[in-house]
Design a protein around this ligand. Sequence first.
Ligand code: F3S
Length: 68
Amino acid sequence: MKIIVDRQVCAGHALCAAKAPDVYQLDDEGYCCSNGATVPPHLHEQARLGARHCPEAAILLVDDEDAP
Ligand code: F3S
């Protein structure tokens, strides 16, 4: 699984990292900087939880075979 973050859409709500601290990292300004990161299988559920809680729906999770 791979993380795609739309940096134009991310508004720095930080709920992704709050819900899934092992998956999502924030930059110094509080924006999600995990774009392009690969999520190991044991963290897939946490990744989905964090993505679901983003109020801007800025996070897309793609299966490895669908990753660009
Ligand atoms: Fe950004 Fe959404 Fe996380 S707005 S910091 S991707 S909760």
